[in-house]
Design a protein around this ligand. Structure first.
Ligand code: NAD
Length: 464
C-alpha cells in the first residue's frame, strides 16, 4: 500500500507564513497573475491526468470514466469557466439606484480577496473537493494552503506534485497529514477556512476558527432523504436512485441516505430496483469493473457494523469482503424511522427503504430524521414535489432524480443548518473567497451640499 509523507508539524507554520507573506506582496491580486495560475493549474492537471485516474483507481477503485467525470474533467471545466468569466466577476459593482446626492460619491462594491486561506479536503472526491475550492481561491486573488485528505493517499500525492510543479510556490502550498498536522494548521491565523468533511470535525474547525474570528465555509454531510409518492414513476425512481448509490460506492455526501416510499407504490418500486440492479450490474457488483471499493478498513467496518445492527430485512445484496473492501449495494426494508440505518449517515452503498402511508407522513419523518440535510430527492408529480419542497429544508434538491443539482457546474452548491454554511461552484466559488468591500469617493465639489451634516445641529436644520 502506498504511503504518504506527512509534512513535519514544525513546518506547518512555515507554510502558513509563506502564503501569508505572499498575499501581502499584493501580487496575487493582479488579474493577470490569477489567470496565469489558473492556466498553469489546468495544464498541470492535464499533464497528470493519467496519474490522477490511476490514483483514484487505487484509492477508491473508481473507474477512469467516473474519475474523469467527477474529478479531473470536473475541475478542468471549473477552471475554464473561471478563466472565461473572471474579469466580469472581479469588476466593481455600482450600488443600486440611490439618491442623486449619494450618486455623487460613486458608491460601489469592490471585490477584494479575503487573504491567505486554508482549504481542507475530504477523501471521497479527493481531487474535486480540494482543487475545486482552490480554483475559487486563486480566482479571487487569495493565497492558500491546501490539506488534502490523508485517506486518499495516491490522489493526495499527485495533487501535491501538480501544485509544486505548476503553481507559484510562495502563493500555494500543500500540507499533508492527519489530525496533528491539521491541528497545527488550525493554530495559524487564516483569513478563511474552507472545510469539507464530517459534521463532527466541522464543529472542531468552527470552534477553533471562532477563537480568532476567522470566517469558515463548511461543506458537511447529512441524512438526505428520497421521497417517492404514489404518483411517481417507479422505474425512473429506481434507476436514478440506484445510480446515485452505485457512484463511488455511495461515498457521496449528497447521495440519498434513505428512501421513504408510499406503500401503494412499494411493490412496483422494489421490482424496478431489482431490474435496475440487473441492468447496471448484470454479473453482480463483485464482478463489475466499474464498481469501486470502500476507502479503507475503518470505514468498511463502520458500514458493516451499521448493516449488522439494523432491525430491517435485507432484500437485495448484503455481500461484503473485508480483504478487498468490497461492499455490495444493499437494499434493506426497515420498519421504523428509529432504525440505525436512518439515524446515521451511511456514506456507503446502504439503501434503507421505509414504507410510509402518504406524503405528509414522509415529510414528517424526513423533517424529524434531519431537519436540514444536504440534499433532498422528491419523486412524484409536479404538485407533490412542489408540496414536498415547500414543507422541508435542505442544502439543495433534485426533483425526480438523485443529486443531479450537485453536478451543474454553475449552480451554487452548499448546505444549510447542520449540513453546512457557505457555498461554492460557478460564480459562488469566486464569491466564497472574496470580500465585498463597500467604497465611496467624496469629491471636493460636494462640500457645499454636505454642509448640513456638520454640527452644530440647530433646529433650523430640521426644516431644510
Ligand atoms: P473527515 O471529517 O473525517 O475528514 C475531512 C478532513 O478533516 C480531512 O482532511 C481530515 O484530515 C481532517 N480531519 C479529520 N479529523 C480531524 C480533526 N480531529 N481535527 C482536524 N482535522 C481533522 O471527513 P471524510 O471522512 O473525509 O468525509 C466524509 C464526510 O464528509 C461525510 O460526512 C460526508 O457527508 C462529508 N462530505 C461533505 C461534502 C460536501 O460537499 N458537503 C463532500 C464530501 C464529503
Amino acid at each position: 500500500m502506498a504511503t504518504l509523507t506527512y509534512t513535519p508539524v514544525e513546518n506547518v507554520p512555515i507554510a502558513h507564513n509563506t502564503v501569508y507573506n505572499k498575499f501581502h506582496t499584493n501580487e496575487t491580486r493582479k488579474l493577470n497573475f490569477r489567470i496565469r495560475q489558473l492556466q498553469k493549474l489546468y495544464w498541470g492537471l492535464k499533464d497528470e491526468e493519467p496519474a490522477l485516474l490511476e490514483a483514484c483507481k487505487l484509492d477508491l477503485g473508481k473507474s477512469a470514466f467516473e474519475t474523469y467525470l467527477t474529478e479531473v474533467g470536473w475541475v478542468l471545466n471549473d477552471i475554464l469557466f473561471m478563466i472565461k468569466n473572471l474579469k466580469r466577476f472581479a469588476k466593481d459593482e455600482k450600488a443600486e439606484d440611490t439618491s442623486l446626492m449619494n450618486m455623487a460619491m460613486s458608491p460601489k462594491i469592490r471585490k477584494d480577496p479575503l487573504g491567505a486561506v486554508l482549504i481542507i479536503g475530504a477523501y471521497n472526491f479527493p481531487i474535486q473537493l480540494t482543487l475545486g475550492p482552490l480554483v475559487g481561491a486563486i480566482a479571487a486573488g487569495c493565497t492558500a494552503v491546501i490539506k488534502p485528505s490523508e485517506n486518499a493517499v495516491n490522489a493526495a500525492k499527485i495533487m501535491e506534485k501538480i501544485i509544486k510543479n505548476s503553481l507559484d510556490s510562495n502563493a500555494y502550498q500543500v500540507v499533508q497529514g492527519g489530525v496533528p498536522e491539521t491541528t497545527a494548521l488550525l493554530d495559524c491565523k487564516w483569513d478563511l477556512i474552507f472545510y469539507t468533511g464530517s459534521a463532527n470535525v466541522g464543529k472542531i474547525i468552527s470552534k477553533k476558527a471562532a477563537e480568532t474570528l476567522t470566517p469558515v465555509v463548511l461543506e458537511l454531510g447529512g441524512k438526505n432523504p428520497a421521497i417517492i409518492t404514489k404518483n411517481a414513476d417507479p422505474r425512473l425512481a429506481a434507476r436514478r436512485l440506484l445510480w446515485a448509490k452505485l457512484m463511488n460506492v455511495g461515498q457521496v455526501c449528497v447521495s440519498q441516505n434513505y428512501i421513504l416510499v408510499d406503500k401503494e407504490i412499494l411493490p412496483a418500486f422494489l421490482k424496478q430496483l431489482e431490474i435496475a440492479f440487473k441492468e447496471f450490474q448484470p454479473k453482480g457488483a463483485e464482478s463489475a469493473d466499474d464498481y469501486g471499493k470502500v476507502i479503507n478498513e475503518r470505514q468498511w467496518l463502520r458500514l458493516k457494523q451499521m448493516l449488522d445492527s439494523t432491525q430491517g430485512k435485507v432484500l437485495i445484496g448484503g455481500k461484503t469482503n473485508k480483504s478487498t473492501l468490497f461492499f455490495e449495494p444493499t437494499v434493506v426494508q426497515v420498519s421504523s424511522p428509529d432504525d440505525s440505518l436512518l439515524k446515521d449517515e451511511s456514506f456507503g452503498p446502504l439503501i434503507p427503504i421505509l414504507p410510509v402511508n402518504n406524503l405528509d407522513e414522509a415529510v414528517r419523518i424526513a423533517n424529524k430524521v434531519d431537519p436540514t440535510p444536504l440534499g433532498l430527492y422528491p419523486f412524484g408529480n409536479k404538485t407533490e414535489t412542489a408540496q414536498i419542497l415547500s414543507m422541508t429544508r435542505s442544502g439543495g434538491a433534485s426533483i425526480n432524480d438523485g443529486f443531479f443539482h450537485a453536478s451543474i457546474p454553475t449552480l451554487e452548491f452548499g448546505g444549510v443548518g447542520d449540513s453546512g454554511q457557505g457555498a461554492y461552484r460557478g460564480k459562488a466559488s469566486f464569491d466564497a473567497f472574496t470580500h465585498r468591500r463597500a467604497i465611496t469617493t467624496t469629491p471636493s465639489w460636494v462640500e457645499g451640499l454636505l454642509a448640513i451634516r456638520y454640527p452644530p445641529y440647530t433646529n433650523d436644520k430640521l426644516k431644510k
